[in-house]
Structure formats: C-alpha cells, structure tokens
Design a protein. Structure first.
Length: 263
C-alpha cells in the first residue's frame, strides 16, 4: 500500500476519521481571453511554490474542515470533479462539498461558492480490495443555490484517457494547514515518468506536496489559466513530500467518469 497523503478531520457527528477528464469542451467561466498564439510550456521546477491557483481547482470540505484537493473535469452537464478515491471514501454524501479556489486561514474563503456532492464513483477494486492502481474517484455535484453547474462558473479541464507516462505536467494542490496555515494553493511544473514500483502509476519529483494534496490534478499541455490542457490523473500517493504518484486515467477511469455524468 502506498503512502496516502491524508489528514484527520472531525466529522459532523464529532467522530475522528481518517480521510485521506472525453471530448467535452470546458466552460469558459472567469478565464482570460485566449489568443491564437499558444504560450510556451512552463519551465520545469524542483519545488512547488505558492500560486494564485486555478478557479477550477479547490478542496473538499465538510463544515469548517477541508482535507483533500479536487478539480473540475469537463462533462456534458458540467457537474463532475475528480479526486483520489481515498479522499472520497471518508466524505459523506450530502454534507461533503467542493469549494473551488478556496484560500485563507482557518475557515478560509470560497470566492466562487460551494457545490454539494450528490454521488461518488470509485472502482470496486479500490472499494473492496484497496488496490492502489484504482485510487481515483469522480464526484457528481448538485447545482449551486442559483442553479448553476460548477463548470459554468469556474471552467474545467478535459480528461485524457490514454496518456503516455512521459509528460510535462502542472500539478496544483492544497497542503494541509500544518505546512500551509494560510491555505494557499501550490503548484509545480515538472516532467513525469513511469513509476518503477507500480505499472499503473506515473511519478514526479517536486518538493512541497504534503498531506492535503491528494487528489491534485495532473495537467498535461497546461499553458495558463485560460489553457488548462488535459487531466491525465490525480495525485494519489508518494513516499515523501518530494516524490508524488498518480494513476494514469484509462478505460476503467473513463467508465467511472461516465457513471458520474449520469448520476
């Protein structure tokens, strides 16, 4: 079993619990205008740094607590987010919410509001056997109080269901408060490679991805907030804060995603 980047949170009942993108066009929400000229890829880094974040990336919350990162993946109804399966396991449908672009000390702020989770899709090989090769999940969200889908407000990245392991990826996530008291998102651009320990995984080396960054999107072809590129997987584990892994999205992941689009 890989090291999972989890945090402890207090559930609504007070019990302490361990918690540890298909050809749809992304909604353009509050993203910069796109010109015909494609910006260059960001330069590779060895350490993540604080960033303004992305409107489509945020945290899973339940009350005043947040514990994992998630991001919007383009879908027909604009209501699907991706995260790690171990992040979704301990959340409660009905009380768990997605807060895009969350930031700020303690309770923080939710500049785009929150969306309630109405359904969670994880693979049986994860839910029954804890197989790390299936540590991804897709969550279906309710419309917000104004009837809007999350994608229509913050945009989304399209999923790549057949990516190769060697990609330049930008990873955006939220370390837990002990390493990140202001709850600011961090980001790192670096090159991924096949993980020698698990055939299903790809690996990056970039310092700073502490507990709380599980579920962070791995974006290939990223060129800035207006050009999110393709979601090839989500951060699922790693032996240290420097070494992080993700399961490459494949046909199994796409099946779960499609269930989420119909939920």
């Amino acid at each position: 079993m890989r090291v999972m980047r989890t945090v402890l949170r207090v559930s609504a009942t007070g019990m302490l619990a361990m918690v540890t993108g298909c050809g749809w066009s992304a909604a353009s929400a509050p993203q910069p205008d796109q010109s015909d000229e494609v910006p260059p890829a960001p330069a590779p880094q060895t350490s993540a740094g604080a960033t303004a974040g992305l409107p489509s990336v945020g945290v899973l919350v339940d009350g005043d607590r947040h514990w994992c990162t998630a991001s919007v993946v383009a879908s027909p109804k604009g209501n699907v987010v991706a995260t790690a399966a171990h992040c979704a396991d301990s959340g409660s449908v009905g009380s768990m919410e997605f807060a895009p672009a969350f930031s700020g000390a303690v309770k923080g702020s939710t500049p785009y509001g929150t969306w309630k989770v109405k359904a969670v899709q994880t693979d049986d090989k994860w839910s029954k056997d804890g197989d790390d090769a299936y540590d991804y999940a897709f969550l279906t969200l309710e419309p917000d109080a104004r009837g809007r889908s999350v994608q229509s407000v913050v945009g989304a990245a399209e999923a790549d269901w057949a990516s190769g392991p060697e990609r330049r990826v930008t990873v955006v996530g939220y370390p837990a408060e002990d390493h990140n008291p202001d709850n600011r998102p961090i980001s790192c651009t670096t090159d991924s490679r096949r993980d020698s320990d698990m055939a299903s995984d790809v690996r990056i080396e970039c310092a700073g991805f502490w507990t709380g960054t599980s579920g962070s999107p791995w974006l290939a072809d990223y060129r800035g907030p207006g050009r999110l590129g393709h979601l090839i997987g989500v951060l699922s584990g790693g032996d240290t804060d420097v070494e992080s892994t993700a399961v490459l999205f494949d046909a199994h992941a796409r099946e779960l995603y499609e269930k989420a689009t119909r939920a």
